[in-house]
Design a protein around this ligand. Structure first.
Ligand code: ADP
Length: 395
């Protein structure tokens, strides 16, 4: 049984083809600059990687080439081998509480919810339409980023603003990275052999969110109405006082959209350090004793402080934590980031094993045996989660 996981962006399409018998990726790749000059695609299979320039006017062109290549490169014998297509979908509002078979209603809802994810929902629709055109008889499944967070209660998801904003306009916390947090909860529960864990899942990449999970269900999460809220990120501010927006509009002669754009694209690590949005650059700049070093340190300290604050908040919310998990770019790879956050949590009895904390991109316990809370690195795999949901729904 073979399933393709798809992540369609406005000008890109990422895929992973899984053999569901052993849950392994047979081929993966990326179609880039769709509808833009200089488009190309990369396919990885059998330890090889091919990159080719090709005219990709639409997502349908990309899907046609993808399927042709899977056959011509002998990755599959014929298209009949593809049993299902799973799509990463970003925003299902509070209607989609779990993954579902994609019907016309789902497509119409993605379009109707486009104001909630203007970059992502329309792109997701393009991906769905392309597969519908090229593989009309193959079932498709939608896996929403927001779905896992639908178990939050009112106390978690409401903002303290006029209630009618929620009722009339859907203003509430939705949360994102749900597929990743769900994968982390599933993986750590399986590894530890328990379904009743209180988990603090830290997905920290360029974007990042912290989620409190109890008995496999989301209790609260740091991202909000949009992915701008929560912890400080690569270029996003995370939580700030909203009055800053009108104040800076007046001081700098900007409009609201421009200020929000700065909060999304020029803040976070990049904004505070004035060096880079990438933690690797920040960590190496911290080593120097000059002004660059100072800039890097202040960004690093604020970043790790905001992550610590959410972990501490969720520790209290959950009543305790059975396990803290780190995942995504920084969570999986950045030794100094994890070290600082765990040092900040030392009053809770968290202790790292500094040798184990050198791990990069592998499942590993990184806390010492006398740590009150075990801390793990758990590499995320959203593509596999999408394929597993697809398998379940088409079976
Ligand atoms: P996205 O949120 O875009 O999916 P990723 O999860 O790939 O991002 O994370 C990207 C970030 O992870 C980079 O900006 C970088 O800060 C961090 N990162 C990746 N690899 C390393 C590494 N080896 N050491 C430290 N940080 C890393």
């Amino acid at each position: 049984m073979k399933i393709i996981s798809i992540n369609a962006g406005s000008s890109s399409l990422k895929f992973s083809l899984f053999d569901m018998d052993d849950k392994k990726v047979i081929a993966s790749g990326l179609f880039e600059r769709i509808g833009i000059d200089g488009s190309s695609y990369t396919i990885k299979y059998n330890g090889e990687k091919i990159k080719t320039e090709a005219e990709l006017a639409t997502h349908t062109d990309a899907v046609k080439i993808l399927l042709d290549k899977l056959v011509s490169l002998n990755i599959i014998k014929s298209l009949d081998e593809i049993d299902g297509v799973g799509h990463r979908l970003v925003h299902g509002k509070d209607k989609y509480k779990e993954s579902c078979l994609i019907t016309d209603e789902v497509v119409n809802d993605l379009i109707a919810f486009k104001d909630f994810a203007p970059l992502h929902n329309p792109a997701n629709v393009l991906g769905i339409q392309a597969f519908k055109e090229v593989l009309p008889d193959v079932p498709m499944v939608g896996v929403f980023d927001t779905a896992f967070h639908q178990t939050m209660d009112e106390e978690a998801y409401l903002y303290p603003v006029p209630y009618f904003w929620y009722k009339a306009h859907g203003v509430r916390k939705y949360g994102f990275h749900g597929t990743s947090h769900r994968y982390i909860a599933k993986t750590i529960s399986e590894k530890l052999g328990r379904n009743d864990l209180k988990i603090i899942s830290c997905h920290v990449g360029n974007g990042g969110s912290i989620t409190a999970i109890k008995d496999g269900k989301c209790v609260d999460t740091s991202m909000g109405f949009t992915p701008l809220a929560g912890i400080m990120m690569g270029t996003r501010s995370g939580d700030v006082d909203p009055s800053i927006i009108t104040y800076i509009m007046e001081q700098e002669g900007l409009n609201a959209k421009e200020v929000i754009d700065i909060l999304n694209k020029k803040s976070g690590l990049l904004g505070l350090s004035e060096i880079s949005s990438d933690m690797r650059d920040i960590v190496s700049a911290m080593e120097s004793d000059d002004e660059q070093g100072e800039k890097a340190k202040r960004a690093f300290l604020k970043y790790t402080r905001t992550v610590t604050n959410y972990i501490a908040q969720y520790y209290v919310l959950l009543g305790k934590a059975d396990v803290i998990c780190f995942t995504a770019g920084l969570g999986e790879n950045s030794e100094p980031f994890r070290k600082k956050v765990c040092e900040n949590l030392s009053c809770l009895g968290v202790k790292l094993d500094s040798e184990a904390n050198k791990v990069m991109g592998e499942f590993k316990k990184i806390s010492s045996d006398d740590s009150t809370i075990p801390v793990y690195v758990v590499p995320t795999d959203e593509e596999l989660m999408i394929a597993l949901d697809t398998l379940k729904l088409i079976s």
